[in-house]
Design a protein around this ligand. Sequence first.
Ligand code: ADP
Ligand code: MG
Length: 360
Amino acid sequence: MAKTEISTLGEFGLIRHLTANLSVQQPSTEKGIGDDAAVINPQRWASKDADVADMRLLVTTDLLLEGIHFNLEYVPLKHLGYKAAVVNFSDIYAMNGTPTQITVSLGLSARFKVEDLEELYAGIRLACERYGVDLVGGDTSASMTGLTISITCIGKASEKDIVYRNGAKVNDLICVSGNLGTAYMGLQLLERERLAYSNDHRSTMNEQHIAAFEGREYLLERQLKPEARRDIIEQLRKAGIKPTAMMDISDGLSSEILHICHQSGCGCAIYEDKLPIDYQAAVLAEEMNLNIVTCALNGGEDYELLFTCDINDYEKLIPLDDVYIVGHITKPEYGTNLVGRNGEEMALQAQGWQAFPSEK
Ligand code: ADP
Ligand code: MG
């Protein structure tokens, strides 16, 4: 069936079509889509634990470009919409805050039709529903080059709860949630299949690829449909733990822990044998002659949380679900090191995702 040209609805018709019946979940959203600007009432952020004056507004934004950040040959648009929203929520959680509203801006080349955008928005809506976030605006424009998605997310946090990257101190424990390198292995699997089939298929992957993915759905899910770790933030809060530093792992553990160490003026020891690695990811890495430790350190797109905690919180940390202690913070003179299985030390290097790869 032929898809519908965007011109049949026009820009306003398209926006109305995509954003019809949006539910408002946040009491602070006084006006969403439909006027020149959305209206948000921060007074509604106050709670029994936090006075209005203690509340802070968090803002983060993320730009996704086709061909740079995603490949529509194997990324379904619904998944892309979901992921584009969730990666922003992840940044707000990484400040120990709660995401409340997003705006979505799109650049669309002529290739994209109404049905494609319905898929994209189905993913964005699902993410918003699951995380209790309101879609309150955006912008839409024609583009010369593929699909561009920029999402801005607004969040809230009580000033005393906010966790920055610069608070780590000597002897703090270094923790990560979930597992590392799995999203990267999912991408390797997708790339391998794309290349294997690129001769006989010109369009999106289909059922014929599924055999190669059997038993490896989790790897694909980690790449295509990541989740933000709201559950970890909630667990930490319930356990009465406030991390000393925190960020989400989008570019790989190595690169992120180096940010925390530089900003906090300290060093670190990360233990290779403590890195949480998924079994299927390890099996695939072996099959593809990749070093799973390198993948775990530099893979990126895990959207797990990396945080440091006071050593006195050790007892409270142990019962937490899906949280792993991978090392500790040291004096800056010690450097930023990976400690291997035989105690050998190697300087950690940021080899993860680079926004501007060098031309060499
Ligand atoms: P303006 O001309 O002031 O930029 P628009 O006509 O672009 O306004 O937008 C009208 C309304 O639709 C605004 O509330 C805007 O936030 C919303 N909007 C525009 N594009 C999108 C989009 N891609 N997703 C969600 N809301 C959108
Ligand atoms: Mg506009």
